[in-house]
Design a protein around this ligand. Structure first.
Ligand SMILES: [Mg+2]
Length: 306
């Protein structure tokens, strides 16, 4: 069996853009993979179409590891979020083909099921503490056991994760599919987040797990302060407290408190996260398997990897 065609598909159902690849073979079997990198969908598509697809024609689709190494190591430029997402799409499509040929679901080929279910969370944000608490209670009543809570920061309405949906500038940026440029001041943020969780514990109780995402905005010393100040509220974890450029300083955040730490979207390679696992400076790995270039975990969705 040989790869006969590689199609790159960019589609946008219900306002969400996806970058997909369809690998066809001369045996009539095909596989589909996803390489969506939010906000850079066309970058991944161009890489797939112009640089990767032509190199795959005529190759054995069953040689998944060989193709991965060829694409990862064979290029002069290794890694990066765009390239890793493109490689993940190819990897996923090839595993799809292998599963179809074997007549087995891919999870069986990778070792079989180990869980009967997965803990999932929902995200809420509000423009005031009362608004956040009301939404947490609604989601708790809907059955969620874990909820990520964000709140608008006074004087910084454009902070990612807690945008003001009524802000005309936000709506304009969203309609034009451009980044929303907001203000950012760490001090008001560092003060308001612990206050939010103190309020939430009083209003929603302790029988729901809460967590918060700092979206990689903080310096290590700021993140250390936030983790310490959040300690009394027993978060499931504090997500992306620092940016990837500070990654070696995660130990400084870790040493400041017992608030569990998670790393997520700021990492785009399994090699970047490996030292954090070895040194146990994080408790949860929240990277999209697509973005770190592997399909050996379930793809997509708001799943917590512990
Ligand atoms: Mg995040």
């Amino acid at each position: 069996m040989r790869i006969s065609e590689v199609r790159v598909i960019v589609t946008c159902p219900a306002g969400q853009t996806f970058t997909l690849v369809k690998i066809l073979t001369d045996a009539g079997v095909y596989g589909v993979g996803e390489g969506t990198k939010n906000g850079r969908e066309l970058g991944v598509a161009a890489l797939l179409e112009h640089h990767i697809a032509p190199t795959l024609i005529g190759r054995d689709p069953g040689a998944i590891e060989d193709i991965w190494k060829f694409l990862y190591k064979g290029t002069y430029w290794r890694g990066g979020p765009i390239q890793n997402s493109a490689l993940a799409a190819i990897d996923m499509a090839l595993w799809d083909i292998k599963g179809k040929v074997a007549g087995m679901p891919v999870y069986s080929l990778l070792g079989g099921p180990t869980r009967r279910g997965l803990l999932t969370y929902t995200h809420i944000h509000g423009d005031s503490f009362a608004d956040v608490a009301e939404k947490v209670l609604q989601q708790k009543a809907a059955g969620y056991k874990v909820i990520r809570a964000q709140v608008q920061v006074p004087g910084a309405p454009g902070v990612y994760g807690a945008e003001d949906a009524n802000d005309p500038a936000y709506q304009q940026a969203r309609n034009a599919r451009l980044p929303y440029e907001g203000a950012w001041e760490p001090e008001p943020y560092l003060q308001i987040v612990p206050q939010l969780f103190a309020y939430l514990r009083e209003k929603v109780g302790w029988d729901v797990r809460l967590f918060h995402d700092a979206h990689g905005r903080l310096t290590p010393i700021e993140a250390a302060r936030l983790a310490k100040d959040l300690e009394p509220y027993k978060l499931l974890y504090l997500e992306d407290p620092i940016g990837p450029e500070y990654a070696p300083s995660m130990c400084r955040v870790r040493q400041a408190s017992t608030t569990p730490l998670a790393i997520g979207e700021i990492i785009s390679s399994k090699y970047e996260i490996l030292p954090m696992i070895i040194e146990q400076t994080i408790d949860y790995m929240r990277c999209s398997p697509i973005h770190i270039c592997t399909v050996r975990e379930p793809a997509g969705g708001a799943v917590i990897y512990g």
